[in-house]
Design a protein around this ligand. Sequence first.
Ligand code: PLP
Length: 963
Amino acid sequence: MTRPSLFELENHSDFIQRHIGPTVKQQEEMARILGYDNLDALIDDTVPAAIRRHTPMDLPPAQTEQAVIARLRALASQNVVNKSYIGTGYSNTFVPAVIQRNVLENPGWYTAYTPYQPEISQGRLEALLSFQQMIIDLTGMDMANASMLDESTAAAEAMTLLHRMNKKNRSNVFIVADDCHPQTISVVKTRAEVLGIEIVVGCPEKLVGDTEAFGVLLQYPGTYGHLEDISPLIERAHAAQTLVTVAADIMSLLLVKSPGELGADVVVGNTQRFGVPMGFGGPHAAFFATRDAYKRSIPGRIIGVSIDRRGNQALRMAMQTREQHIRREKATSNICTAQALLAIMAAFYAMYHGPEGLRRIAVRIHRLASIFATGMKEIGLPAQQATYFDTLTFEVGEQQSSIIERALAQGINLRIIDTDRLGVTLDETTTAADVETLWQVFNDGNLPDVSALDAAIDDTSSIPAGLLRDMDYLQHPLFNDYHSETEMLRYMRYLEDKDIALNRAMIPLGSCTMKLNATTEMLPVTWPEFAGLHPFAPVDQTKGYQALLAELDHMLLEATGYDAISMQPNAGSQGEYAGLLAIMRYHQSRGDHQRKICLIPSSAHGTNPASAALAGMKVVIVDCDNQGNVDMDDLRLKAERHTEDLACIMVTYPSTHGVFEESIIELCAVVHEHGGQVYVDGANLNALVGIAAPGKFGADVSHLNLHKTFCIPHGGGGPGMGPIGVGAHLQPFLPSHPVSPVPGVDADNDVVSAAPYGSASILPISWAYIALMGGDGLEQASKVAILSANYIAHRLKSHYPILYTGNSGNVAHECIIDIRPIKEASGVSEEDIAKRLIDFGFHAPTMSFPVAGTLMIEPTESESLYELDRFCDALIAIRQEIDAVQAGKIDAQDNPLANAPHTLEDVAATAWEHSYSRELAAYPVASLRRYKYWPPVNRVDNVFGDRNLFCACPAIDSYREDG
Ligand SMILES: *Cc1c(COP(=O)(O)O)cnc(C)c1O
């Protein structure tokens, strides 16, 4: 071996091999087991030659973790963290340290998956249920979901819900109060236009009642700060059969009457200021609360209370069957990934402070606002609002530029509303000294005195009479038992221990790519220079972000082969929507207004048809053949039939069936021939990066789930990011933003998220991943992802039928095992297998998607050969149990599969009345003696939960007795 130079020693990076599970030697062994000389031979035989890239990605070589952190530090230092008074839906907050370290920075929370398997998700389900309870209490509504992507999209979803629900008023008009946040007005307008809903923006006092409208959106308090009793307005609306959505500020609801009390039909808002950093736009959890009558139409995920097979209380996601996978283009919404981790943080913030603590925070904010406003009046600059909570607007005329200059000199950002108005929003972090500084900024001369004003003013005079609220909220013990840090710490640990996240075991979810979320990648998320920025901060303060965004743009363009990127969409579903809008705008720009048909293969993910419907397109399904591939004859037939009105096809590649379809290039050609565009759903990019690029093999646009391929953790159901890559011809139609225009696109373009770059503060994660891996590392990761999936398929194929393979007999980066014939022969279902895997300490694979009665397994490149084997051994052991059932050696009804999962209580109970042993129940393989996960509940009854829909925290006793 040659002696390495000092330079080589210093720049040697272990990261690629830390990220990729199997060692290089194991990779070669695995390839040989599969019958190939080496890994590249497997890839050559699996990926169609026609789509392979000919040039490697133009990315810097892999850097060490230390170098990447140093580079991120340098980028971060280019951001200026001014004190923000910009408001507009985003406020400074103190993230309680105990929550930051033990939730936001804790892989036990952030690496968990969406709680589709309730038995291993009771911890996060309980936290999310508390979030719903908090929202129900503060909004005064009957029920709430958990959660929405941002306030603006929540308002847009409210509009479509009211449009569906208002049977008494079929008008097509939706009124939007002109004092809603500007980003919300834009997002709602975009959403409405393509659905043929007419938006009338104006003063609600003038419009409501006189304008025929199915619904109205009010902001409470208004974006400029005005706070008023909206109940007379709501009454007037209801008298005209106009339904009412109120976008409310969560902090103000601690002091003023809830929109529910005032008569609202839907209440939306954001919980960011409950202990979640602004993060230059996100991520944070928005909320959606409504009346009981609309509960079955509510968008997003709802956590509900059910029972397990012993009759004990157990939580689960309610009405899952109602989600997009079943409803397809008739789904109520396209939301899939939401903001679970951030909803959980907000709920913990409320628990930690409790009702009194929260109220004290709100009272202090309001007191400071009153003192500030009174002082401003003394200065000779009275606020435009007589009644307000925390936000005030000042008409400053010609003084504007000198005030802004003085503010910036003090490190302060004010809200610049127009050429002569400035806005100020106070928050939890504002101090008396800050108020004095603000006075100085507005006035060079004499200053009022905080203490004197504090003694003199009357808090209630700035809140309208009768609008003050009694403390009727958060009385549940959950919000009252955890005010000491010790209790909070233990409660969070208690919940965490109930769940399986990636820090316990492999989560082999097909389609969702649960790979390593490396700690180094996560570090920058909570740095103040990334976490502390307001999304509308002046651009010269966000240079670090701009540089990082530009570099990430380049990286993702290299990976996908496209020409331009939009970072605005907050999840894959939102990327789909933004991409379809770009396609539609492109057609419209060419005069092709009739092009509205969206072809979707029957195997597509449910968000595809749901997004198409949301974009105002009409879905036409294309069949799959019995190999699971898109039926090219049917495709040609339908493309031809719709040659006049074809907008696009949405196709996932490699397919949701886990196969590299040979026909993809021809498919793109056929669609293009008939004037359509090709949308490639990028959820499966983990099989492509470095190997093939959708932008090069014929696609026009793709979303990238950065929380799948690019290492943003799933957070138990969000956050996520769904940027879209597009060809140059679609670039002019990418989303813009009304407050902070996106460089390179028309400021009047569509707007799909509240913030210009979506959940910007998690983008450093993907940037870091790419920098750590380099081009070669990324390509190696894709290859090993394919290798590991084929290795699993190989080990399992004599025990379970592999449903689909490509021409070479190989799968792509995931494989589907078909349980239908097994169920037919033995009575054991895919659900029994999924639940039995819990006894082995595993999270189940994806169940019954994309094919009912199957399990889809995606190992990713990050799982070691040890873990792959452990998982295969578990499934093979389960197959032997199935055989025993089938052979009549174990009881058909009373067997370890039907009764799975087994709890500690099951096996420790005095009575054991089963036909098999306690050992077999709990320790089916010896390795479990070293480390055993105990599910906290038995199998959860889905049907009971949906029939008896209950989505708030259950009574006190049910919590206290389980200690
Ligand atoms: C995950 C996924 C989506 C939806 O993405 P979200 O980020 O959850 O909104 C769409 N299509 C496919 C194939 C997926 O796997």
